[in-house]
Every structure is written in structure tokens, then in C-alpha cells.
Design a protein around this ligand. Structure first.
Ligand SMILES: Nc1ncnc2c1ncn2[C@@H]1O[C@H](COP(=O)(O)OP(=O)(O)OP(=O)(O)O)[C@@H](O)[C@H]1O
Ligand SMILES: [Mg+2]
Length: 230
């Protein structure tokens, strides 16, 4: 089976400032990582260890300084911005700590939005968005605005929006970071269910109990995988 994620020797160096004041940060220092279809992986490690950087590279929001990365078997090196955007749109669903729902759109229209960029006709978009919201248990909140939803419900709308495109990989950066314990549980139960359905999930978290829900914990320290790699 082709791994969903396959990376070898990935480094990321950020350069800030200029001239004598240039500062280099080695955010990733040679990461080898493979994630198989259907795996549920938690990415853990101290603040600044490179978790978000690694997630951004995996999700094609950023590119490595060095090393090889294949998403679904396809090498991404040398692709144009437009090509990367197209692959990202088709293959990756993102969930962030801060939800990023559009406040003036209903749950249904927030979830339908990514399909606009894929040229899906309106009736079909709404049908798929409704099915995605039903799948996350929000079939009775289609016409609610984000301000009319609880934190856990907002995050479930964001998860439905990520799933509506049927991505190969669901990436979640601290998805429970803004939630109280009951809302966190709602979201984690949903990830458990998605995992049982065969979805491939990579979740960044600080919290041990959250990471323990995954099948495997990959731990980063100072830009290196120190546990659970490959
Ligand atoms: N755009 C950037 N420009 C310069 N340095 C950056 C940039 N983004 C991250 N860094 C640096 O890279 C290192 C890794 O950052 P990253 O955001 O990946 O950490 P993290 O593990 O996600 O931390 P946290 O748990 O706090 O979210 C940090 O030292 C950070 O300061
Ligand atoms: Mg981070």
C-alpha cells in the first residue's frame, strides 16, 4: 500500500531579518516519517519543537528546505504554487484550533464553500454539505450561524468542512485547544469514529490524554522525531 505521507530527511530553516542581523531557526532537522492509509497519529512535543511546521509541510502549505516528501506517493518537489494548491485542495482537509468559520455564513454554507473552488454545482454542493454535517451529528444545525453554536459544535462544523472534499488526509492542529472538556470529548469521539471508518488522521496536541486516543504518538523535540517515527 502506498503511504499517505512519506518523508525522508526533511529540514526546515526559517530566515528572518537581513544582513548581519539575519537569524536562522532550524525548525526541522531531518525528519523521516511515514503515515499509512487509515492510521490515526498524534504529533506531540514541547512548544517550538516544530509540530506546526511539520504539519504545514505535510499539508503543502509550506515546503521543506531540504529532503524528500511524497503525498499519496507523489513527489511534491518542484511543483508550482498552482499545482500545490490543486493537490492540497483535493487531498488534504485542515482543522485548526481557531475554527476559522465565516461568521456570516450558516453551518451549511460554511461547509459547502470549499466545493466552490472545485467547480461543483450549487445543488450538489448543498447536498454534500448537508451529508457532511449529518455525519458529524449536526444535521439539526444546518441553518445556524457560527455565533449560534457551541465551541464543540463549531469545531464539528470545521471538521465537516474538511471532510466534504473527501480528503486522503485529515490534518488537525490542536483541534481541542480552544474547547472545554465536554466539547473536547465531542470532537475526540468524532475523530475516533472517523478513524473507525478508515480515515487517515494526523492531529497535533499538547495534551497527553488527547494524544493517547490515537493509534501512534510521534514525538518531536528540537525539530527531530524522538519517538514513534517511521
Ligand atoms: N514563519 C516563521 N518564521 C520564523 N521562524 C518560525 C516561523 N514559524 C515558526 N518558526 C520557529 O520555528 C520553530 C518551530 O515552530 P512551530 O510553530 O513549528 O512549533 P510548534 O511545535 O508548533 O509549537 P507550539 O506548540 O507552540 O505551537 C520555533 O522556534 C518558531 O519560533
Ligand atoms: Mg504549533
Amino acid at each position: 500500500m502506498t503511504p499517505v505521507v512519506e518523508m525522508r530527511g526533511v529540514t526546515k530553516v526559517y530566515r528572518s531579518g537581513s544582513g548581519a542581523r539575519t537569524v536562522e531557526v532550524h525548525a526541522l532537522r531531518g525528519v523521516d516519517l511515514a503515515i499509512q492509509p487509515g492510521e490515526y497519529v498524534a504529533l506531540m512535543g514541547p512548544s517550538g519543537s516544530g509540530k506546526s511546521t511539520l504539519m504545514h509541510i505535510i499539508g503543502l502549505l509550506d515546503s521543506p528546505t531540504e529532503g524528500e516528501y511524497r503525498l499519496g506517493g507523489e513527489p511534491v518537489r518542484g511543483l508550482s504554487e498552482a499545482q500545490l494548491a490543486r493537490i492540497r485542495n483535493q487531498r488534504v482537509g485542515f482543522v485548526f484550533q481557531a475554527f476559522f468559520l465565516l461568521p456570516r455564513l450558516t453551518a451549511l454554507h460554511n461547509v459547502a464553500l470549499p466545493l466552490v473552488y472545485r467547480g461543483v454545482p450549487l445543488a450538489k454542493r448543498l447536498e454534500r454539505a448537508r451529508a457532511a454535517l449529518e455525519a458529524v451529528g449536526l444535521g439539526d444545525r444546518l441553518d445556524h450561524l457560527p455565533s449560534e453554536l457551541s465551541g464543540g459544535q463549531k469545531q464539528r462544523v470545521a471538521i465537516a468542512r474538511a471532510l466534504v472534499q473527501e480528503p486522503d488526509l485529515l490534518l488537525a492542529d490542536e483541534p481541542t485547544g480552544n474547547l472545554d472538556s465536554q466539547s473536547s470529548e465531542e470532537v475526540l469521539a468524532l475523530f475516533d469514529a472517523l478513524h473507525r471508518q478508515g480515515k487517515t488522521i494526523l492531529m497535533v496536541t499538547h495534551e497527553y490524554e488527547v494524544g493517547a486516543r490515537a493509534q501512534r504518538i510521534v514525538r518531536l523535540r528540537d525539530g527531530r522525531v524522538v519517538e514513534g517515527g517511521v
